[in-house]
Design a protein around this ligand. Structure first.
Ligand code: ATP
Ligand code: MG
Length: 226
């Protein structure tokens, strides 16, 4: 039983680079309630994407514990983490991570097909229509603009109706009107299915719509705003 979607305690992340070890996260304690919308803000290089990777179980912390939707990620195997993500966590990466050999439609349908859901292509088509890409279903990622790729990535993250959606700069490449459409879609998911949202953003408008804003600076949380 937990009312927390995310519970991070004492998270440190050190990564090796050519120039030696780099301290990327330096003791993060963060709790996000189920159904909450959290805006994660902070300067470039402050560790936002790294923190999202920890929440998704895609990066293991050097120290500290991450409990997500009641699961202790540190105790799970890579296979168990992959299955957990497929069933419960939607992720929109800053760099989209679309599969280059699949069309927009196939990219969105794939998580549903992997999860053994029926009607994957129909559901994927509806989601792409909602993000304004009805006329781009059969385009490959290289045939899409940056903002279009971003919308495909969003549709894919929504496809399995995840309990937790982690989105890294989901409106970073979109014009204002398209960005607002995407923001509405994100908050609809929160309202209609109670999904918890963590949105990394430089967009003050988007951060302002979240129920809480957390600010990262040099790998530390700089206190909560709002
Ligand atoms: N694999 C890696 N090895 C070493 N250092 C890394 C690695 N990945 C990221 N870093 C460093 O960690 C720091 C935090 O990176 P991160 O991508 O989390 O920042 P960010 O807050 O998401 O920035 P932005 O707003 O520019 O996306 C940066 O200084 C970056 O150079
Ligand atoms: Mg980033």
């Amino acid at each position: 039983m937990t009312h927390l979607a995310i519970h991070l305690s004492g998270i440190h992340l050190k990564l090796a680079s050519e120039a030696g070890e780099v301290n990327i996260l330096n003791g993060i304690d963060l709790q996000v309630a189920v159904g909450e919308t959290l805006g994660l803000v902070g300067p470039s290089g402050s560790g936002k994407s790294s923190l999202m990777m920890i929440m998704a179980g895609l990066e293991r912390p050097s120290q500290g514990s991450a409990v997500v939707l009641g699961k202790k990620l540190g105790q799970m195997s890579e296979d168990a983490l992959a299955l957990f993500r497929r069933n419960h966590v939607g992720i929109v990466f800053q760099s989209f991570h679309l599969i280059p050999t699949m069309t927009a439609l196939e990219n969105v349908a794939i998580p549903l097909e992997l999860a053994g859901k029926r009607g994957a292509l129909k559901a994927a088509k509806e989601l792409l229509e909602r993000v304004g890409l009805a006329s781009r279903l059969s385009h490959y990622p290289s045939q899409l603009s940056g903002g279009e790729q971003q919308r495909v990535a969003l549709a894919r993250a929504f496809a399995a109706k995840p309990g937790l959606l982690l989105a890294d700069e989901p409106t970073g490449n979109l014009d204002q009107a398209t960005g607002e459409g995407v923001i509405d879609l994100l908050f609809d998911l929160n309202r209609n299915s109670g999904a918890t949202l963590v949105l990394i953003t430089h967009d003050a408008n988007l951060a302002g719509r979240c129920s809480r804003v957390a600010r990262l600076k040099d790998g530390r949380l700089d206190g909560d705003v709002s």
